[in-house]
Structures are given as C-alpha cells and as structure tokens.
Design a binder for this molecule. Sequence first.
Ligand SMILES: [Zn+2]
Length: 293
Amino acid sequence: MYDVTKYASQQPFIHLQTAFNRFFQGSSRYPQFKKKGHHDSFYIGNDHIKLDGKMIKLPKLGWVKMREALRFSGKVISATVSRVAKRWFVSLNVELFQSPKSCDSQVGVGVDLGIKALATISNGETYEAPKPLKQFLKKLKRMQRSLSRRVKGSHNRHKLRLKIASIHAKITNIRKDSLHKLTTYLTDNFVGIVIENLNVKGMLSNHKLSRAIADLSWYAFRRQLEYKSKYKGNYLLIADRWFPSSKNCSNCGQKKDQLKLSERIYHCSACGHEQDRDLNAAINLKNLLYQSG
Ligand SMILES: [Zn+2]
C-alpha cells in the first residue's frame, strides 16, 4: 500500500463499478481481468502529477519527457499512463470551456465511409485512405503466418509477437491520424453532419483483417465526431440502422431491391439518374438532415 500511489488501489474499483454498470445496462461484455503485459495502464489524479512544457512529473518515476507539450489550456483533471506495443503514452484529461462556433459555411453534410475511399462527402469531395496502410497490411499477414509456425513459448515467437504488435499500432496510428483530420475538417466546416449507423460496407467485405480495421475505424470515426461536435457545437445525426443509404436514388427517392457490391455506379431505373455509388449514399444521408428538421 505504501509503495504505490493511492490511485493504484482506489481507481481499479471505480473502473470496475463503471464496467459492471455498463454490463448491466447491456452496453458492454462482462468485465475481463487485466493481464500484465497485455493491458498495461494506470490512472493518476491531478494532485499527483505536475506539468511543465514537455515534461510531466509522475509518482515514483519523477520527471518524464513527453513527445509533445499539452495542446489545450485548462485544468488538468487526471492522467492515464498506458502502453501500446513498445511505447508508453500519457493521456491527460483536461477541463475546457466551450468556445462559440464560428462557421462560414452553414451547411449540412452527409458522409459515407468506405474501404476504397476512406470517406465520400455529399458535396462531392472524397478522402482517400492513407497509402502506407496496404503495405503494412501485407507485412502483417506475412508475419502472422510465420508466427503460427513458431514454437509456442519460444523466444523467437515472443520477439515476433512484439514486432506484430508494433505494426498493429502503426496501422492504427496512420488510420487514426487520417480520421482525426477528416473529423476536424467536418466539424470545422459543417454545422449538420449525418453518418451511417454501421459501417455496412466493412461488414460485407469478406477480408477478415481489413474488415476488423474498417470496423474499428468506424467506431473511432463516430466517437471523434461525437466529442468534437459536442465541443464545437455541431449537430450530429446518426442514420437509422436500417436506412438504405446505398439503395435509394438520391434524385427521385426510388429504392432498389438489390444493389450488388460490384455496382460502383448507381443507376436509377425510375429516373435515369447516374452517380458514383458512394456519393449517392452520402447525398441520401445528407437529405436525412432536412427530413428530420
Ligand atoms: Zn431516381
């Protein structure tokens, strides 16, 4: 008890309470135990940390250098130190005052997340998925195959696992970075934003790995949009789970019974409207904004 901060013994119970509340609400799975080496993170309250530019003082460790200084000014509430692959991170919880939104283009926008293009926006813009991703995915696949051939418990296997973990972290970071740029752009420039409820395309794609990453990035995308619009004062609308954004014609509203994944151009048999499939979906999402008032 005396060797660690008071948070090391208090905070786990607070987290456990939250975890059980979420479990009973049905929004999470039954809480899992933390495992050393797998989920290395700990919480520290603001009375035990000090910040000075790029330096942070942590209990037992003393002053530690950070990669960058804190970008927000406000009261620091707490810090969480965690490990991803070989790197350690500190995330700081800061209390901010809401800044009023200054917006030049007071328009709504629909966003369709995809795999080929990261996102298609209803105004016709597309955001490309970051390129290095493909190359890392290939590498990852190769390493995972090689991992299965190595002897369990061996030193070589352990070494490879660490390598795989850092590539995973790299992919996540690249993806996260482009998502942050996208969600910042959206929340800075549009008042109303409409997105799909689920990354349907990610689910339909049969490639397991890219699917997992696409799903993860969809949740990250939604989470980022949620907190950024709260902070910047945007209106975020999440379409109904069953809203057929891809199947409807954005011109006349006619709904197709079937739309193959291979059909990249939407062709309406009722009005003859032809449009890129993802753009058509994005416009349908945007139109929801005006239907919902
Ligand atoms: Zn039509």
